[in-house]
Design a protein around this ligand. Structure first.
Ligand SMILES: [Zn+2]
Length: 79
């Protein structure tokens, strides 16, 4: 995680300065509402771990679940 700027509280990615709210574009709908855990998880699996890191899906799903379990948006309550 990059230091210094605001980070999305759902997926941990750094956000552009000046972004309002706690979540990045990838974690919210058009009204700025946080998406469901399943939607955020799938986005992280496909965009980040499979797309960027080239992981296999099963591996990517585990990695995304671990990453999300440390995020403020998903503490307690999330599977
Ligand atoms: Zn996010």
């Amino acid at each position: 995680m990059l230091m210094g700027g605001p980070a999305c509280e759902s997926c941990g990615r750094p956000m552009a300065t000046g972004t309002s709210g706690k979540y990045c574009d990838g974690c919210t709908d058009s009204r700025g509402q946080l998406l469901s855990y399943e939607q955020v998880h799938r986005g992280l699996v496909e965009r980040e771990f499979m797309g960027r890191n080239g992981m296999q899906r099963e591996q990517a799903e585990v990695a995304a679940r671990n990453a999300l379990s440390r995020m403020p948006a998903w503490q307690g309550g999330a599977r």
